[in-house]
Design a protein around this ligand. Structure first.
Ligand SMILES: NC(=O)c1ccc[n+]([C@@H]2O[C@H](COP(=O)([O-])OP(=O)(O)OC[C@H]3O[C@@H](n4cnc5c(N)ncnc54)[C@H](O)[C@@H]3O)[C@@H](O)[C@H]2O)c1
Ligand SMILES: O=C(O)C(=O)C[C@]1(C(=O)O)C=C[C@@H](O)C=C1
Length: 293
């Protein structure tokens, strides 16, 4: 632990799973002097205060960001444009703003619109760690330990600002990677956003059947593994799906083509083709799991 914390004051908008875990991790590392939280409801913020996630509930966003070292926006991505617009006029000249949103092109566009010629103070980020649980009570200091964080730095970002955000996530125990916002959104459409859509779709289809109880009674571990993420926050996933609509539509089309091929093989009793597909998928899944324990 350093003698004095790297970040004197951190302001978090959205003290839920992602924002709360970030605050707890920086506190556990001894690298933050004070955490000030803003939220949508006083109840959540009071809970965050009681859990020791934040030290104070913020009253005036403009005032709080003026002397903050770091501002993290960790609300659903649909809420970010308004928060950015609200704080932009008051940012201190040394304040660095970052976010934890699951999509990046829309967040960067909102940041450009809000921060204008101070866009260099905004360093976009996405922690690749999470859960189907949400809210301050779900936050934990270890969430980011040995997990990846993707930064999508902007050409306007001074090296020092990127270094500060990188350092904050490193104190949380994460490994840092860099992509462009477009690369980021393409990749996460395929490996995160599409799987969530599929999981919601499967459970929704069962949930609206009249005899759903029969199905849910016998659903077991395969169902549990496939559908854990269908318990995730609906508002958050609505915002992600809409924000990354183009890439997600492309991935849905690919997936539908894959399903169509499998349907055709099934209809034709083509066990050989089905087994080939299962085998390729199994090999890839096992290799991935081996490298991602
Ligand atoms: N949950 C995950 O697995 C995960 C992983 C990586 C990134 N993310 C991203 O992190 C962000 C937060 O997700 P989360 O899982 O922490 O959600 P969460 O629901 O746990 O927390 C979000 C918090 O933001 C607050 N909030 C909503 N609107 C607000 C506003 N206008 N002003 C201030 N506070 C507001 C909510 O009250 C809530 O406390 C999202 O952008 C999400 O895409 C989530
Ligand atoms: O573990 C989960 O429940 C998650 O959904 C985490 C997960 C993902 O892996 O897709 C979800 C959204 C993110 O932006 C990053 C991580």
């Amino acid at each position: 632990m350093a003698d004095s914390p790297e970040f004197g004051k951190v302001v978090v908008f959205g003290v839920g799973l992602i924002g709360g875990s970030f605050a707890l991790a920086l506190k556990a590392a001894g690298e933050v002097g004070e955490v000030v939280g803003f939220g949508r409801s006083l109840g959540t913020l009071t809970q965050a205060l009681e859990l020791g996630i934040i030290d104070r509930v913020g009253a005036n966003p403009g005032q709080e960001v003026a002397d903050a070292d770091l501002v993290l926006i960790a609300t659903p991505v649909g809420q970010m444009p308004e928060i950015m617009a609200r704080i932009a006029p008051y940012l201190g000249s040394d304040t660095v703003v970052t976010d934890g949103g699951s999509t990046k092109s829309d967040v960067v566009a909102a940041a450009r619109a809000a921060f204008g010629d101070r866009i260099g103070q905004f360093v976009p980020a996405h922690p690749i760690a999470g859960a189907e649980h949400s809210g301050a009570a779900a936050a934990r200091a270890e969430l980011y330990r040995e997990r990846k964080v993707v930064l999508t730095p902007l050409p306007e970002n001074p090296v020092l600002n990127v270094a500060r955000v990188r350092s904050a996530w490193e104190w949380c125990g994460a490994q840092i990677f860099e992509l462009t916002p477009a690369e980021h959104d393409q990749v996460f459409a395929a490996v995160s956003h599409l799987p969530h859509l599929l999981s919601f779709a499967l459970v929704h289809d069962l949930a609206v059947r009249d005899n759903r109880e029969l199905y849910f009674t016998f659903a077991a571990s395969g169902f549990r593994d496939f559908t854990r993420i269908a318990a995730s926050h609906p508002e958050m996933w609505r915002d992600i799906a809409l924000a990354n609509r183009e890439a997600l539509l492309g991935e849905l089309d690919r997936y539908q083509a894959q399903l169509a091929e499998m349907r055709a093989a099934l209809a034709a009793n083509d066990g050989k083709r089905l087994e080939e597909i299962f085998d390729t998928a199994r090999t890839a899944r096992r290799a991935w799991a081996e490298g991602n324990k």
